[in-house]
Design a protein around this ligand. Structure first.
Ligand code: PMT
Length: 398
């Protein structure tokens, strides 16, 4: 999975910085293109020349350095990354990531990137156990950053403690896993629905909703990147088909039900992010409905099938619930009524959350009564959080 991937390797200023050379070497040997970004402090521990020779790529040490291929191009570098690995990551840089500070090339790349970010912590054990550092790490975890904890052992101070950079194999395996190579969903079959169904009134008009498909697509892509065999059942959206999965296009709730019932036959989990119409016109006119001589038009609507509520089979069932009030109570009722394992209650009152935006604010509720409110995060990060829970439910714990 590393072959052909672009990995931005961020190195910060700790004694373990010398180990970054080995990491860069291993990633390069595995076929990855490694773009090294060093903080100023990192250059005091290891030279950029070493990294340049190992990777065969220019090394960025200064955001404004004219000789760098990527100078003032932190956005380009952040976009080129399939993954960002920061190893070692000091308490100082972790604090910057947690607060959104972008005062050097590495912090700017991390703030700008949409790629997964893996952070291998290494520092003095007291700095690591300090509540401030722990809080920062928790914040990053909540935002979807992958944290590699430091190992226990002899530290630079000479004493024993938890602060050493994790073993090379652990770090490489994590990068591989994040890129889907050793994903925790390997050999799992996941069915995801996305988008808003369209219920035709006549050949030119339909009833629909504001779903863009972004949440469901992010869900499907995250599952794919974690190794799952994904079937995406998509109601109409303007999004391109994601690579590396089976995409089934449907229009109506009835069509979505047929596709879901077929796809779940071998599924380990069904995740329904789609906004399915609850009602459809009783009949769709064959020809375009004419407005002449009609001052008003009455539509007769009938219920659509409850796809999630009616689906049969032994697999994990995850629903979404877009709510504007009594979010948790309403979602809880849907979880019970539809017999779900997990429901993602979506707060749609915040303009940054819900329909047609890139971010989402959700509360996760499970069968056991556990309620977890997550902060506003990207839809991809929400998807990762959901998968972390689904992974445990399908018996494959990360
Ligand atoms: O697509 P985006 O623009 O990114 O927006 C994402 C989203 C807001 C659409 C998504 O996050 C979301 O909340 N989807 C669920 C929308 C919803 O309101 O669902 P619901 O409360 O009507 O239904 C509850 C669950 O039952 C959902 O999982 C739904 O897919 C499912 N359902 C609903 C009706 C129906 N007839 N059959 C169903 O299976």
């Amino acid at each position: 999975m590393l072959k052909g991937k672009t990995i931005v390797l961020g190195i910060t200023g700790g004694i373990a910085a010398y180990k970054a050379a080995e990491i860069a070497s291993k990633l390069t040997q595995a076929g990855a293109r490694v773009e090294v970004v060093m903080t100023d402090a990192a250059t005091k521990f290891i030279t950029s020349l070493t990294l340049r020779n190992i990777t065969g790529r220019p090394v960025v040490t200064d955001m404004f350095e004219p000789a760098s291929e990527w100078s003032v191009e932190h956005i380009a570098l952040s976009e080129a990354a399939d993954a960002v690995l920061v190893a070692p990551a000091t308490a100082n840089t972790i604090a910057k990531f947690a607060t959104g500070i972008a005062d050097n090339m590495l912090t700017s790349v991390v703030l700008a990137t949409k790629a997964p970010v893996i952070i291998a912590c290494a520092m003095n054990d007291n700095m690591y156990s300090n509540p401030v550092t722990q809080e920062n790490i928790e914040k990053l975890k909540d935002r979807g950053f992958k944290i590699i904890e430091p190992a226990y052992g002899r530290l630079a101070s000479g004493k024993m403690g938890k602060g050493r950079l994790a073993e090379l194999e652990v770090i490489i395996a994590k990068v591989d896993e994040v890129l889907g190579g050793r994903g925790d969903f390997k050999s799992k079959r996941i069915v995801v629905t996305a988008g808003g169904t369209q219920e035709p009134l006549d050949p030119v008009r339909h009833i629909s909703n504001r779903s863009s498909g972004k949440m469901g697509y992010a869900m499907a892509e995250a599952a794919r990147d974690r190794g799952a065999d994904v079937t995406l059942i998509a109601a109409p959206t303007s999004l391109p088909d994601p690579a590396g999965m089976t995409v089934v296009h449907v229009r109506t709730a009835v069509q979505m039900k047929q596709a879901v019932d077929k796809a779940v036959k071998k599924a380990d989990a069904l995740i329904m992010a789609a906004a399915v119409a609850d009602y459809q016109p009783k009949t769709a006119a064959k020809g375009k409905i004419k407005k002449e001589s009609k001052d008003s038009l009455t539509l007769e609507l009938v219920r659509t099938p409850d796809i999630l509520g009616e689906v049969k089979g032994n697999f994990v069932k995850v629903g979404f619930a877009a709510e504007s009030e009594n979010t948790v109570a309403n979602a809880k009722a849907k979880l019970a009524k539809k017999n779900l394992d997990l429901i993602v209650a979506n707060d749609i009152t915040d303009p940054q959350s819900g329909f047609d935006v890139d971010t989402n604010k959700v509360t996760l509720l499970d069968r056991s009564g556990k309620v977890e409110a997550l902060p506003l995060m990207s839809k991809r990060q929400v998807a990762e959080q959901i998968l972390d829970r689904v992974g445990k439910l399908v018996g494959k714990v990360d």
